[in-house]
Write a protein that binds this ligand. Structure first.
Ligand code: ADP
Ligand code: ASP
Ligand code: MG
Length: 400
């Protein structure tokens, strides 16, 4: 029998009724495969916990914050194990310490360093369905154990990491859509499901804001050659989306999907040509303070020998970044910025894709503030109020 890791997201376990449905699905599939189950917190729970902490502190104690956030998955893990055993499935609820999910101590964004795959398999070999709380691990840095979390959306990464550690045959991510679409179907109703997609495209999409999969889950699956699918919990018989190496794909669409991210703001500073030549001095204070800088664009010097340096940082860190760089008198150009991206491996071999994107945005009268490209994507930073219009317009231009 094949060993499959099944991961169920927040909406899939969003109520007791849904937890019963998930239990029934696990039981049904257990007839022809062995399962290891990974769960997210019930929909909305993690946000509630974030908000509770926010009422007590703007900078909560990191290890307490991660312990708090991880508790959402502990609840759904225990509830699903109860629902499974109620219908006669031998289930074992498991937290990270029980199967040695070790991480570094980067609270809120920890990386998995090791999982005791044998310990996990032992439960399977004993005839149990392990039900593992996703999104978390344990750090032993500094000599004592502390709970860590893997970054928002990180239970996908837990699932793939557990699949690799247990040498599973596949990892199935069950969610509230039946696959990866050409755009978020909540924004573009006529978006189409993509049956087969390269790992590279999915990684790019995930890193650019398509939250259907956590970026590191795709990275891990690609690295370890772990077969990965996205399926719907509500229509488990639909075919879903499968990811593979680019060389295994027959077609390479020029633009396969459009995505967006609204988590950043746009800052800019007018600096001297010399400062612009050695920008490390400017970015060091941000790096030391743990502020992540994303897009960076530097203009040529103007007639006074000054350059404009524009860059984006997480919206929640905007004011802190301004304070850290006070000596350069930066300003916030766009508080509510959205980064809209088109992604496709066919871009490598096609020219004119960026021009077509910019023309489509011009027709919609959407001004572009910054542009950034890679081999397989073009991103533009625009005003957040124009985000949905831009996505629909670009979907029409490239995919409809
Ligand atoms: P889960 O709780 O199951 O992990 P998420 O909310 O994290 O689910 O991810 C699923 C959601 O991702 C979908 O409901 C959909 O709105 C969103 N999404 C964004 N971009 C895409 C896309 N290109 N294809 C499919 N879903 C997408
Ligand atoms: N519950 C966590 C979150 O909301 C992890 C996850 O859903 O994957 O981010
Ligand atoms: Mg998710």
């Amino acid at each position: 029998m094949q060993l499959i890791v099944q991961k169920f997201g927040g909406t899939s376990v969003g109520s007791l009724e849904r937890i019963r449905d998930v239990a029934a699905l696990v039981k049904k599939t257990s007839a022809h495969q062995q399962n290891i189950v990974v769960v997210s917190a019930m929909a909305g729970q993690t946000n509630k916990l974030v908000a509770m902490s926010g009422q007590l502190s703007a900078r909560p104690l990191p290890e307490a914050y991660d312990m708090l956030l991880a508790s959402g998955e502990q609840v759904s893990c225990a509830l699903l194990a109860i629902a499974l055993s109620e219908i006669g499935v031998k289930a074992r609820p498991l937290l990270s310490f029980q199967i040695g999910i070790k991480t570094n101590d980067f609270f809120t964004n920890a990386r998995i360093e090791h999982i005791n795959g044998e310990l996990l398999r032992k439960h399977v070999d004993e005839g149990f369905v392990p039900v593992v709380a996703g999104f978390q691990g344990v750090s032993e840095a500094g000599g004592h154990q502390r709970i860590t979390t893997l970054g928002r959306g990180g239970s996908d990464t837990s699932a793939v990491a557990l699949a690799v550690a247990a040498r599973a045959d596949r990892c199935d991510i069950y969610t509230d859509v039946d696959g990866v679409y050409t755009a978020d179907p909540r924004i573009v109703p006529q978006a189409r499901k993509i049956d087969r997609m390269s790992f590279d495209e999915m990684m790019e999409l995930a890193s650019l804001g398509a939250k259907v999969l956590h970026m590191r889950s795709v990275e891990l699956a690609a690295k370890w050659g772990m077969p990965l699918r996205v399926l719907s919990t509500f229509h488990p018989d639909h075919t879903g989306s499968t990811f593979m190496k680019e060389s295994d794909l027959l077609e390479s669409p020029v633009v396969s999907s459009i995505t967006s991210d609204s988590s950043e703001c746009l800052l800019s500073a007018r600096i001297t040509e010399n400062e612009a030549r050695f920008p490390g001095r400017l970015f060091r204070p941000l790096a030391d303070a743990g502020v992540n800088v994303d897009v960076i664009v530097k203009s040529s010097p103007d007639s006074h020998g000054h350059c404009t340096l524009s860059f984006t940082v997480p919206r929640a860190e905007g004011d802190r970044a301004l304070a850290l760089l006070a000596q350069y008198r930066p300003e916030k150009l766009l508080e509510n910025m959205a980064k809209v991206s088109i992604v496709g491996i066919g871009m490598r071999t096609h020219s004119g894709v960026a021009a077509k994107m910019f023309e489509a945005l011009e027709r919609l009268e959407i001004p572009v503030h910054l542009i950034t490209t890679s081999e397989i994507k073009v991103s533009v930073c625009i005003d957040e109020s124009q985000r949905e219009k831009a996505i629909r317009g670009l979907h029409h231009a490239f995919i409809d």
